[in-house]
Design a protein around this ligand. Sequence first.
Ligand code: PBG
Length: 328
Amino acid sequence: MTEFRRHRRLRASANLRRMVRETRWSVDDLVYPLFVQEGLQGREPVAAMPGVDHLGLDELRREVLEVSELGIPAILLFGVPLHKDECSSSAYAEEGIVQQAVRAAKQENPELVVITDVCLCQYNPAGHCGVVRGGRVVNDESLELLVKTAVSHAQAGADVVAPSDMMDGRVAAIRAGLDAAGLTDVAIMSYAVKYASAFYGPFREAAHSAPAFGDRKTYQMDPANAREALREAWSDVAEGADAVMVKPALAYLDITRSLRAELNVPLATYNVSGEYSMVKAAARQGWIHEQTVVDELLTSFKRAGADMVITYHAKDAVRWRREEFGQG
Ligand code: PBG
């Protein structure tokens, strides 16, 4: 018989497998997204995302305490405003919902890292991430409003602003705006590589941000392009991004892997709403074991090279891990 290798030797027991395991995720890697809704008392479920709720400010405070108790280092805040207008004015209002939420979160736990999503799509009736003129999303005019939004989040106390709009030049503009306002210590985590993905479907219900016309393909990336991801990421790093993100996570592990090899800034990946809801739906049918699938997914994001994972499963994942180690 030809000689062969016995790879199975090192898989023979749980302890051996632990010893040779190459990749681990930890609570330190996780960021938990939250949807704060203006004018809401209490919380209301997001139908397309079981386990995710719209939060009033009171419930946001409760979530902050829960996330902190679980040891999750950061939250990512999304706002659902009462009022939308052409200038997206609630995005940068001092008493805007995100600004209020940042202050409330910091009151509950000043140590918790508060990241804010900087975008206009929830705040204007067109539901686009930038300013619309004659049926087109115009780049340079959008920058001004994005800067105002980022600066107002930072003034409210955000530690990190995360522009998700995909306008060109927004990282440079936001960095300059923050610095001019004396906010030199506020970091930028850019959604540098954000694809025009159908996996955002459930989020658009959660954030009431579906585009009223057209789609986001003139600013978000074509899912077919990998080399372009490097161009996007490099320019954001050159413009001053402190960390960059790949989004979505699951169908884009190759992109995370290639960015990890090319860049030396921290890398995040966003396990988006559709990816979450697919797991939830299949688990509810009894078709997959949710806990094991989530562990496998988190491990795969780390294996691909992500430092941080933004996931709606963060709280569950930490709880399951605690149960596993008997610390529940
Ligand atoms: C806002 C934004 C979106 C997501 C994060 N920020 C939606 C979009 O671009 O359409 C998606 C998050 C998710 O699906 O979980 N631009």
